[in-house]
Write a protein that binds this ligand. Structure first.
Ligand code: ZN
Length: 369
């Protein structure tokens, strides 16, 4: 087995188009077509990460692969034929939307299958024992997508599809830790009654989906009770809150579950300058969380760890956060320094907020000292 992790990325995923929108709102009515930019889910954060990896030399630490599209049979483990057919037909007609928060342009079906394919490729490398660590860049993302309905820029449930593929390959217990700033509602829904998959989401309370999604009380259904774990944090939470949530809630839960494979949904939109959320993380926060999950995977999962990049909309900053995660995953530092780090470290919440947020976290039923 090679110890070099694999990196799964397909250039065509950068060609995914959301159609004409401004931030998250389609143009029309009171929304003017933007002069520049457009939809928040631009390809630039991921394109700039790819570019930074070439310039920093970090690309050489990875076995670079462009994986093929996910086959329909793999998608059907999560999605219905009816949903796949409707999506494929609308894509072939030039695009549209099957949910107002998930518009898409031409070729979206082909590109979404490629995006799911990158995640499937990464998980397959690990599940079939060729290496223990892999990273996938997915675009469009997947963690909001439900079996029968797209949502929140997500058109196929990329990670959920890969979980079922890993199980088909012989890994039985899978944990999915989602630290994207938005609740991982799609992944939660896919496995809500399934005790073989532990789903954990740390997110900004009430951010997306708006309202009550991602509540602490949502712990699973039927045989799955106890296998879904939500950790909502207040808007404005920063580095220390995430470290406390990881150390006292997430890591003990993962340790108890002892998964055969740990998959991290590495949304980077809890960074301090993201346009779609209000959290205060920096690259060292993502680096520290990666170190924690890598250590845990070594201890309980035979080292098997797959990290999937999904959300993250600050074009200038996401690449530095992702680069820090990738350095940790490869066990290698480059000369790259995060030019935002000092600034964001000085923007952390004050002691009053911090103490109150910690008190709230200590009331979480899964808090462990
Ligand atoms: Zn997100």
């Amino acid at each position: 087995m090679t110890q070099r992790p694999s990196f799964h990325f397909h250039e065509r995923c950068l060609w995914f188009s959301t159609g004409q929108s401004a931030l998250v709102i389609p143009v029309g009515g009171w929304m003017q077509p933007p002069a520049a930019g457009g939809h928040a889910d631009s390809p630039e954060p991921k394109r700039r990460l790819w570019s930074l990896m070439q310039v920093s030399g970090l690309a050489a630490a990875y076995d670079m692969q462009a994986s093929p599209p996910a086959p329909r049979a793999a998608l059907l483990r999560i999605h219905s034929e009816d949903y796949l057919s409707r999506f494929q037909a609308l894509s072939a007609a030039g695009g549209g939307a099957l949910h107002p928060t998930a518009p898409f342009g031409p070729d979206a079906w082909e590109i979404a299958c490629l995006s799911a394919g990158q995640v499937l490729g990464a998980v397959t490398e690990v599940a079939e024992g060729r290496r223990t660590r892999a990273y996938a860049v997915s675009r469009p993302s997947g963690h909001h997508c439900l079996p029968e309905m797209p949502m929140g820029f997500c058109l196929l449930a990329n990670v959920a599809v890969a979980v079922r593929a890993a199980q088909a390959a012989g890994l039985h217990r899978i944990a999915v830790l989602d630290w994207d700033v938005h609740h991982g509602n799609g992944t939660e829904a896919c496995f809500y009654d399934d005790p073989s998959v532990l789903t954990v989401s740390i997110h900004q309370e009430g951010c997306f989906p708006p309202g009550q999604a991602g509540a602490v009380a949502d712990t699973g259904r039927g045989a799955g009770v106890g296998y879904n774990l939500n950790i909502p944090l207040w808007p404005g939470a920063g580095h220390e809150s995430y470290m406390a949530a990881m150390d006292h809630i997430v890591l003990p839960a993962l340790w108890d579950f002892a998964p055969d494979l740990l998959i991290v949904v590495n949304g980077l939109d809890a960074n301090a300058v993201d346009p779609l959320a209000r959290m205060l993380l920096h690259s060292d926060s993502f680096r520290a969380m990666t170190r924690k999950v890598a250590t845990l995977a070594e201890e309980v999962s035979g080292g098997r760890l797959v990290i999937v990049q999904e959300g993250g909309y600050a074009e200038a900053y996401v690449p530095f956060c992702a680069h820090a995660v990738l350095e940790e995953l490869a066990g290698q530092r480059t000369a790259v320094e995060d030019p935002f780090l000092d600034l964001v470290r000085q923007q952390q919440p004050g002691p009053g907020f911090q103490a109150a947020q910690l008190d709230e976290l200590r009331r979480h039923p899964r808090w462990r000292v």
